[in-house]
Design a protein around this ligand. Structure first.
Ligand SMILES: CC(=O)/C=C/C=C(C)/C=C/C1=C(C)CCCC1(C)C
Ligand SMILES: CC(/C=C/C=O)=C\C=C\C=O
Ligand SMILES: [Fe+2]
Length: 560
């Protein structure tokens, strides 16, 4: 049966046809019906056939993970080691002083479990989500962590194997028919992961949602118990399978981008607090390339949404592959160029699309409008953690590379990339470093700002930088875009996670507040750290009972 399938699929006579036709013809010939009768795009389907042609049945057998190598305990940093247990909660002993105004819960999400039984995952982004909380009140600190109960995680635990498509991992198929069945599930989205391991946001109505890049991976959690309450169901009929991992969330709205892989472009959508319905603000068509650029994040100004079109683009072929490619589900298309599109939030009109130098970024930091003396908006400034248009950072985030550090300086350089987008009809935008990257050791990612400055002219950002030699960002850094200086915090061998800024209630200065980070230490320990937002000096730390794995993004849930 396998070889029959293979030769059918390899047939050179294949004409464009729908899934339904395909299903019927499969059923006629082989008594095999594909589970999904969805009529899907001919284009994607033809791509599926191309992949099927290049994948030989032997490649579909269960294969050991290529990264399954003996782990050197000396290299086994707790940041890159699966979380010790499903959950824990307890009060921490605080050294220093937690300000009494700090009342609420910091939540941090990230991929904390990177194996199932003896199968080790490949990439940082594959891990099953571990949610961490730090609850501050009256100078005291209660911490906890818990695994997010996604369908993907529950199925993996039950079946002792990966059952959904993760960032780089794909369930192994027993035979070729199972592979073809999985392709149809991929196109309907049912085989995609809901492992909400990227971030966590508090909606304007108080609901707290963990997110990843698949829409189905939007899971509502309880910020106190960290229990997974269920899927956040989008009640609209916008469809699509993926969205930006970083929506812009304020008390007034939730904005996100839905990439359109079939007709390359993006829908800009908005959801009101208290609803589950996203409404379309507008649509941007891509200016180049066969597919939209990856939109892990995007920035907004007060009146505009900036839609980035990176030359690192989603790749339907790579989505369908059983084994990861060097760029996973993406492909680098330098010839397709890079663009930034600016959409008016009120009208949905694209006011400009400019070509910009090639860039690679996961994270935009902020954006704002620049005005002339008559108050007319002349340009938009958009800042991001920019990896010098070099995609190798994605490979550097493979667990094999993260777990192997022998002192070589292998972290690719990054900078604060500052785009200037003219609004006078010019066709090109500029990209320059906002400050000398040596200020932060030429490492730059995992940024936060004072949320009151979202979309507005701002002076400070907090991020992870580098003290070299290193293989991963290892400092906490305060960036000052006026003085063009950085202040750096460093603890030898420690891996700090995203510095998260919480403003002091009533503050008038942008940096009046605290910066929270969770630190994974080289000795296997870990602690919660509080820095003063202004001086960037330590004000408190509290040791955790054991070190936690590296985590990605957080949010602040103030005490009601
Ligand atoms: C953790 C992080 O930053 C990114 C996670 C990205 C994920 C889980 C992406 C998953 C995807 C699939 C499973 C298939 C569709 C493409 C894509 C969105 C990359
Ligand atoms: C850890 C990371 C991206 C996370 C995405 O959410 C990037 C690190 C880059 C290092 O320079
Ligand atoms: Fe991110």
């Amino acid at each position: 049966m396998d070889s029959l399938w293979f030769s059918d699929i390899c047939g050179h006579h294949v004409s464009p046809f729908t899934m339904l036709d395909f299903d019927q013809s499969c059923h006629r010939k082989h008594g095999f019906s594909l589970e999904n009768k969805l009529v899907f795009s001919r284009k994607l389907y033809k791509q599926a056939l191309t992949i099927a042609r290049v994948v030989s049945p032997s490649q579909l057998a269960i294969v050991p993970s290529p990264d399954k190598e003996p782990v050197d305990p000396d290299q086994n940093h707790v940041a890159w080691t699966s979380v010790k247990q499903e959950r824990w909660e307890g009060e921490l002993v605080v050294q220093g002083e937690i300000p009494l105004w700090l009342k609420g819960t910091y939540l941090r999400n990230g991929p904390g479990l990177w194996h199932i039984e003896d199968y080790n995952f490949r990439h940082l982004f594959d891990g099953y989500a571990t949610l961490v909380k730090l609850n501050f009140e009256d100078g005291r600190l209660i911490a906890g962590h818990r695994q997010i109960e996604s369908e993907a995680y529950k199925a993996a635990k039950k079946n002792k194997k990966i059952c959904f498509r993760e960032f780089s991992e794909v369930p192994k198929h027993e035979n070729f028919m199972a592979y073809v069945g999985d392709l149809s599930k991929l196109l309907s989205g049912s085989s995609l992961t809901d492992n909400a391991n990227t971030g966590v946001v508090k909606l304007g109505d108080g609901r707290v949602v963990c997110l990843t890049e698949t829409q189905k991976g939007s899971l509502v959690i309880d910020p106190n118990s960290l229990e997974t309450l269920g899927r956040f169901e989008y009640s609209d009929s916008l469809g699509g399978l993926i969205h930006s991992a970083h929506p812009i969330v304020t008390d007034a709205e939730f904005l996100t981008l839905l990439p359109d892989l079939l007709k390359p472009g993006y829908l800009v959508v908005r959801m009101e607090p208290g609803t589950n319905e996203r409404k379309v603000i507008g649509r941007v068509n891509c200016s180049g390339g066969p597919a939209p650029g990856w939109v892990h994040s995007f920035p907004v100004t007060q009146h505009y949404v900036v839609v980035p079109e990176m030359p690192l683009r989603y790749c339907a072929q790579n989505l369908l592959r059983a084994e990861p490619t060097p760029l996973y589900k993406f492909q680098w298309h330098p010839q397709s160029k890079a663009f930034l599109h600016v959409m008016c939030k009120a009208s949905g009109k694209v006011v400009t699309s400019v070509e910009v130098p090639l860039f690679v970024t996961f994270h935009f930091i902020n954006a704002y409008e620049e005005e002339d003396e008559d108050g007319r908006v002349t340009s938009i400034i958009a800042d991001c953690c920019e990896h010098h248009a070099d995609t190798s950072i994605l490979d550097q985030l493979r667990l094999k590379n993260l777990r192997f550090f022998k002192g070589e300086d292998v972290l690719p350089d990054a900078r604060v990339g500052r785009f200037k987008i003219p609004l006078d009809g010019s066709r090109n935008g500029k990209l320059e470093a906002a400050l000398d990257a040596d200020e932060h050791g030429r490492g730059m990612d995992m940024c936060s700002i004072n949320p009151a400055y979202l979309g507005k002219k701002y002076r400070y950002a907090y991020a992870c930088g580098a003290q070299r030699p290193c293989h991963f960002p290892n400092t906490l850094t305060k960036l000052d875009f006026v003085e063009k200086k950085a202040k750096n915090w460093y603890d030898e061998g420690a891996v700090p996670s995203e510095p998260f800024f919480v403003a002091r209630p009533g503050a008038t200065e942008e940096d009046d507040g605290v910066v929270i980070s969770l630190i994974s230490e080289k000795n296997g320990g870990g602690y919660a750290l509080l820095l003063d937002g202004s001086t960037f000096k330590e004000i408190a730390r509290a040791k955790l009972p054991y070190g936690l794995p590296y985590g990605l993004h957080g949010c602040w849930v103030p005490k009601k």
